[in-house]
Design a protein around this ligand. Structure first.
Ligand code: FE
Ligand code: CA
Length: 540
């Protein structure tokens, strides 16, 4: 493939598959996916193991793909006939099941290029992770699963372009913080409708709370199932509840995802082996962390190398999109020091102690090495917590973000400068608000040069409807001149990345308390090649 050639078959077919699968609605998921396809493609036998035959659709949790590289991608599903069933097995009992998958060049599966099967059962939480290799680079594919006569929704996925190629550009959207109780996941549906090539999820994919303890200012629209998640069964049940959401299923089905968890996938504001501070003591926190990681792996389209070992999981990783972009996906929870000065918003000297680390030494060394070795046009951190300096009216900072680990931030910033990284970009979630920030070499010096750019996505639903604000009078912007945009509505960020520029559209919804709200672009910014910093452009 040449640099300029986007050889991907982009036709009306993509729209067709989305209209016929999970992207459009409940009716499609319920009716379009089992009958005709199953009849046309009879099971090849041995679909189920011992025990009762499966009655009911086992594909209620949808399909997903992730971790694309030049030649391979992970295909995911998890079987559940009754997602909220007690015990976390989604009504699948103790049987083992053979799950067949197909990958095709077209959404009608006329040109199937790979087939395989994976055995799953209670030990895997009925999850399937198929790593499909030997694929064409920079190519669009379609996939589906089958168990007996049941056929899943169709997903669309894509491999990365080869190193040396820039492709025609990358449409990447990123999201964070989807609290099931706080609102409908309409933003996920809008994200899917954009048909991105790649989706990044930056954490708080689910929340651990029992029903009705974390209440949105607009009131909760639905309840979590089960108690606060601590056992493996509870985490599995909670993920099944989230995965049942059809808007979320649409977003997974449209494109491959790169995911990193933040705190709520385990416990609010946990740090390393330390649980949330004001909470009641948790003598079994390490076991809880192991349960949370295991359920996270089971429910995400991760490669086998990210399968947790006890209470540890390997999540930081680099994913290259040809020579256009490197995505450095970070884990800023598992290896961090405890929050300084007892967490919260503080004026805190310890936060500047260079001995403190948000990433841990190993991850930091890996990241700085990535910078030195990078030949990519854009080096993008996919990570969780606020990177730029952010001061409150009293000069306090959030101890949970990079402001609470200033030595880590300085070492990463110097790493960009020392390695001559061409275009450093940081993508962030966690704070339930949109922000666009210029990253400074030295925040204490107003004349310090801009060395990179940070885009912070608001939540999908956490915090309820939120509200719009006038960026030109916002106190956050006046106190922090390197911050160029702030908005408190719900939504996601849509980017378009080419060799010449990165464009970001901050997408917002009027409300999440009723389903189906329209989305609009609240503001758009461009970052030009070799010119860190933000230029506001007309919204699109
Ligand atoms: Fe959150
Ligand atoms: Ca968070």
């Amino acid at each position: 493939m040449t640099e300029s050639g986007d050889t991907t078959p982009r036709t009306a077919s993509r729209r067709h598959v989305l209209a016929g699968s999970a992207a459009v609605g409940a009716a499609a998921v319920a009716t379009g996916l089992t009958g005709p396809l199953a009849a046309a493609t009879p099971a090849r036998g041995g679909a189920t193991g011992a025990g009762r035959p499966i009655t009911g659709d086992p594909f209620t949790l949808g399909v997903a793909s992730g971790e694309p590289d030049q030649h391979s991608v992970v295909l995911w599903t998890r079987l559940a006939t009754d997602p909220l069933a007690e015990g976390g097995f989604g009504g699948m009992g103790s049987r083992h099941v053979e799950v067949h998958w197909e990958l095709a060049l077209d959404e009608r599966f006329r040109n199937i290029v790979r087939r395989g099967h994976e055995r799953t059962g209670p030990d895997h939480g009925f999850a399937v992770h198929a790593e499909v290799a030997g694929l064409l680079s920079g190519w669009e594919y379609f996939y589906r699963f089958r168990v007996g006569r049941h056929v899943s929704a169709t997903g669309r996925t894509r491999t990365a372009p080869p190193i040396g190629a820039f492709g025609a550009g990358l449409a990447m959207s990123f999201a964070s913080c989807s609290q099931f109780e706080h609102g409908w996941f309409t933003a996920y549906r809008h994200l899917a409708a954009d048909e991105p090539d790649l989706v990044l999820h930056l954490g708080d994919y689910m929340y651990e709370y029992k029903p009705q303890v974390y209440i949105s200012p607009d009131g909760n629209v639905r309840d979590h199932a089960g108690p606060e998640t601590e056992t493996l069964a509870n985490y599995r049940q909670r993920y099944a509840q989230y995965r049942s959401d059809l808007d979320l299923q649409a977003a997974h089905a449209v494109a491959p995802w790169l995911v990193v968890p933040d705190d709520h996938e385990v416990d609010n504001n946990w740090a390393g082996d330390i649980y949330e501070k004001p909470h009641i003591p948790q003598p079994d926190f390490i076991q809880r962390r192991a349960n949370a990681f295991r359920a996270y792996y089971e429910n995400m389209p991760l490669r086998r190398r990210s399968k947790p070992s006890g209470s540890e999981i390997q999540l930081y990783r680099k994913v290259s999109w040809g020579s256009l972009a490197n995505f450095h996906m970070l884990d800023t929870r598992q290896h961090r020091d405890d929050q300084a000065c007892g967490d919260g918003w503080k004026v805190c000297e310890d936060a500047a102690d260079p001995a403190r680390s948000l990433t841990g030494d190993e991850q930091e060394a890996w990241l700085l090495r990535n910078f030195r070795e990078s030949r990519a046009r854009w080096d993008i951190l996919g990570q969780q917590v606020f990177f730029a300096q952010r001061l409150s009216a009293t000069g306090a900072r959030s101890m949970d973000g990079w402001d609470g680990y200033q030595g880590s931030r300085e070492r990463v910033t110097e790493g960009w400068i020392d390695a001559g990284v061409r275009n450093p970009v940081v993508l962030t979630g966690d704070v339930h608000t949109h922000w666009a920030n210029e990253l400074k070499e030295n925040y204490a010096d107003p004349d310090s040069r801009c060395v990179g750019t940070e885009l912070v996505t608001t939540s999908i639903s956490s915090g309820g409807n939120g509200k719009d604000s006038d960026p030109s009078t916002d106190p956050n912007l006046r106190r922090n001149p390197h911050i160029k945009f702030f908005n408190q509505q719900r939504g996601y960020v849509r980017t378009r990345i080419t060799r010449n520029e990165l464009r970001a559209d901050f997408r917002v919804l009027d409300r999440v308390t009723e389903p189906g709200a329209p989305a609009r672009t609240r503001a758009s910014f461009v970052v030009a090649d070799r010119n860190p910093g933000l230029t506001e452009v007309d919204p699109a």
